[in-house]
Design a protein around this ligand. Structure first.
Ligand code: PLP
Length: 388
């Protein structure tokens, strides 16, 4: 059976061009980037070339890029790094109720250690109000963290407006751009951010590598102590092949992003329209227009997301009910609850995130099989019976 992968927000296949770029750094060019002889210089050159590519795509300077083990580490480094470097100045951090756990769990950790957290609500589309951010700032606020776009519902946040407010108040501003880089333009000056998290495996690069942008002058402590790598900001021998892979993935994304986003948005809209036409009691989650070009998230009444997922899997279609991290749990998505969905609608959610390999035919296939799956599940559903 032909498999149709529609879970690109969870991870993406590594592009063959990326694998090809990485391969020599496992074998012929295996050097430690800190060694001064030829092997080392070769590795160092590759790491710095990748750094330049990442910096270029986001409008940063290469010395403002720290390579990390992925988005989670980049978020951890931004939040803990700023919190502990600026605790004399204040202990208040502002974030939102819809962040990824890589931010939310760090906030909980910091809260247990004496920091004060404000978690801003969102509207029914998942949008944070810049005015709420403004009102939440106090003399003790040291950091604002608002994601660029949400990984579950695809809503693109007003980061630029929030950046202006943060800058005006002299507060550091972090954004998690893990889901946006490679899909929509990301420019650190335009967004007015001081810290920005990136992950390679969401943009056809390898897993286990990412980057944190840190604006020059930002006070930040390190998470990792040891060697002097990354200008003493992140100790540990560089994962040269992975960093090269991130650089190549970013380079390709920069070349292809505009056209590909247009193509994906067309497929996304076709899928949304078809689902709404073919299935009753279904609604789109997230913002209708301020949304990632590849994200479709719907709630289907009277059925469980997990049941739809398993039935889609039997048809070779891979989707998700929430974020990859929470899909093993039975808790309804914190994001959908924050949008105001009742728990039963949050439980009946399905997320399709499209990518490079998807075609119009894939959308047609989903539209062909999902209505039947929903009808079958509803026929057995105790949820439907109690409604009647
Ligand atoms: N932030 C967001 C918005 C994400 O979607 C993810 C991954 O799901 C992460 C952070 C974590 O990134 P990584 O898997 O590279 O640790």
């Amino acid at each position: 059976m032909r498999r149709i992968y529609l879970d690109h927000a969870a991870t993406t296949p590594t592009r063959p061009e990326v694998v090809k770029a990485m391969l020599p750094y496992f074998t012929d060019a295996f050097g430690n980037a800190s060694s001064i002889y030829a092997y080392g210089r070769e590795a160092r050159g590759a790491v710095e070339e990748a750094r330049t590519k990442v910096a270029e795509l986001i409008g940063a300077r290469s010395e403002e890029i720290i390579f990390t083990s992925g988005g989670t580490e980049a978020d951890n480094h931004a939040l803990k790094g700023v919190a502990y470097a600026n605790e004399r100045k204040g202990n208040h951090i502002i974030t939102t109720s819809i962040e990824h756990n890589a931010v939310l769990e760090v906030c909980k950790f910091l809260e247990r250690r004496g920091f004060r957290l404000t978690r801003l609500p969102v509207d029914k589309y998942g949008l944070v109000a810049p005015d709420d951010v403004k009102r939440a700032i106090t003399g003790k606020t040291i950091l604002i963290s608002v994601m660029h776009a949400n990984n579950q519902v695809g809503t693109i946040e007003p980061v630029e407006e929030i950046g202006k407010i943060a800058r005006g108040a002299g507060v550091y501003f972090h954004t998690d751009a893990v889901q946006t880089l490679g899909h929509i333009p990301v420019n650190v000056d335009k967004l007015k951010v001081d810290l920005l998290a990136i992950s390679a495996h969401k943009l056809y690069g390898p897993k286990g590598v990412g980057a944190l942008y840190v604006r020059k002058g930002t006070r930040l402590v390190s998470l990792m102590h040891g060697g002097e790598q990354e200008k003493r900001r992140r100790a540990g021998t560089e994962n040269v092949p992975a960093i090269v892979g991130l650089g190549k993935a970013v380079e390709l994304a920069g070349q292809e992003m505009g056209k590909e986003a247009e193509r994906l948005a067309y497929l996304r809209d076709k899928l949304i329209k078809g689902l709404v036409e073919k299935i009753d009691h279904i609604r789109l989650n997230g913002h209708p227009t301020r949304r990632l070009p590849n994200n479709v998230n719907v709630s289907v009444d009277f059925v469980e997301g997990e049941s739809m997922l398993l039935n889609l899997d039997l048809e070779g279609i891979c989707a998700s009910t929430g974020s990859a991290c929470s899909s093993a749990s039975l808790e309804p998505s914190h994001v959908l609850l924050a949008l105001g969905l009742p728990p039963e609608q949050a439980h009946g959610s399905l997320r399709f995130t499209l990518g490079r390999e998807n075609s119009e035919e894939d959308m047609e296939r989903v539209l062909e099989v999902l209505p039947g799956i929903v009808a079958k599940l509803r026929a057995m559903s105790p949820l439907l019976k109690t409604q009647k």
